[in-house]
Design a protein around this ligand. Structure first.
Ligand code: PA5
Length: 341
């Protein structure tokens, strides 16, 4: 692959680039793992996905990909407690790559207390142990990844559980086709990501999404935080047109920031107009304004295409920052302090 990927490999001693490029394989493997976990369908009035950070992102993406086809509520919960109105007929999917994240473990217990239908996905840890003890079905994830780079698993398992509990139609075919689409497009994506990273380098990225691309914008932000070890921010249209846009109007104030607009062919026509108008309006204030339109056929294809592009942008930025994208010492340090307290 391209020379620019060679620059990533120079800093990437923990092999994050390979894990990002393996997204198509992860999607297919996840379909297989769900099947072999033998999860039973259940009648539920909705699905709540509980998890933190990289282990919650898959649920956020799944909910967006399912979009209008969701027939029941699907929520992503990132905290120590379930919403107070959670009824026993809600299905709860607890997602923790390590299996030891305290917020997710607390939700697993809370779900037991109300007698809700539970599922788990993890590589092991306390979550796997608790689930096994309570006969809760577990989708086992492969070890050795950074949690954020298990996104293909988190996304697929959340989609599959949503289908199992009757919240949405199954997306197996779309996921399989999207995997092929990503494989075919990998080289172009890598080159495009390098161009975008060149324009973002030296500035604080502000990523804007709408509809399908809202969780993708969040993914770009968190990937830039964790892989490139730098600040990045995210917001969504149309809301940002009612507040954040004003922040771009003071002379010179936006000079340290570069905006990325993630648009999608399926978005509301007024959203599209807003994205273009907003981009044009802030252009004089921002250091760069980058427009990215998702590519692909289905919502799943387009969304995962934009996820992989953002993941590659974050790795290119890591290379430009001269940092290994793998380790996230600050997160580990904080978790360690909390464990000792
Ligand atoms: O990317 C990361 O490492 C974090 O965002 C983790 O996903 C988060 O801290 C939760 O840990 P886990 O995924 O093991 O539940």
């Amino acid at each position: 692959m391209s020379d620019s990927l060679a620059r990533i490999r120079e800093v990437d001693s923990s092999g994050q680039l390979d894990d990002v490029l393996a997204l198509p394989e992860h999607l297919r493997d996840a379909l297989w793992r769900v099947e072999s976990a033998g999860l039973e369908p259940a009648e539920a009035t909705g699905l709540i996905v509980c998890g933190m950070g990289g282990s919650a992102s898959g649920g956020l993406l799944a909910r967006a990909a399912l979009g209008d086809s969701l027939g029941l509520p699907m929520l992503i919960f990132r905290d120590y407690e379930l919403p107070p109105w959670t009824a026993p007929d809600r299905a709860i999917l607890c997602s923790s790559y390590s299996g030891d994240t305290e917020e997710t473990l607390a939700c697993f217990e809370a779900a037991e207390a109300i007698g809700a239908i539970r599922y788990a996905m993890t590589t092991g840890g306390a979550l796997a142990a608790a689930a096994r003890q309570a006969n809760v079905p577990v989708v086992g994830l492969p070890a050795g990844l950074q949690p954020r780079h298990s996104i293909g698993y988190g996304f697929t398992v959340a989609c599959e559980v949503a289908a199992l509990v009757g919240a949405a139609p199954g997306l197996r075919t779309e996921i399989d086709t999207a995997a092929a689409h990503l494989e075919q497009g990998a080289e172009t994506l890598a080159a495009r990501a390098a161009e975008i990273a060149d324009r973002l380098a030296g500035f604080t990225p502000v990523i804007y999404g709408c509809d399908l691309t809202v969780p993708v914008a969040y993914r770009w932000k968190t990937q830039i935080n964790e892989n490139a070890k730098q600040h990045a921010f995210q917001n969504q249209l149309p809301e940002l047109d009612h507040n954040e846009i004003v922040g771009w109007t003071r002379d010179g104030d936006g000079a340290g920031f570069a905006a990325v607009f993630l648009t999608d062919s399926d978005q509301h026509p007024r959203q599209r107009e807003r994205a273009e108008l907003t981009a044009t309006l802030i252009e004089p204030a921002a250091s760069a304004v980058i427009r990215v339109e998702t590519e692909g056929g289905t919502r799943v294809e387009r969304m995962l295409w934009a996820v992989m592009l953002g993941d590659l942008v974050s790795l290119h930025l890591a290379a430009r920052n001269g940092v290994d994208p793998g380790p996230v010492d600050a997160i580990e340090r904080l978790k360690g302090e909390l464990e000792r307290s």
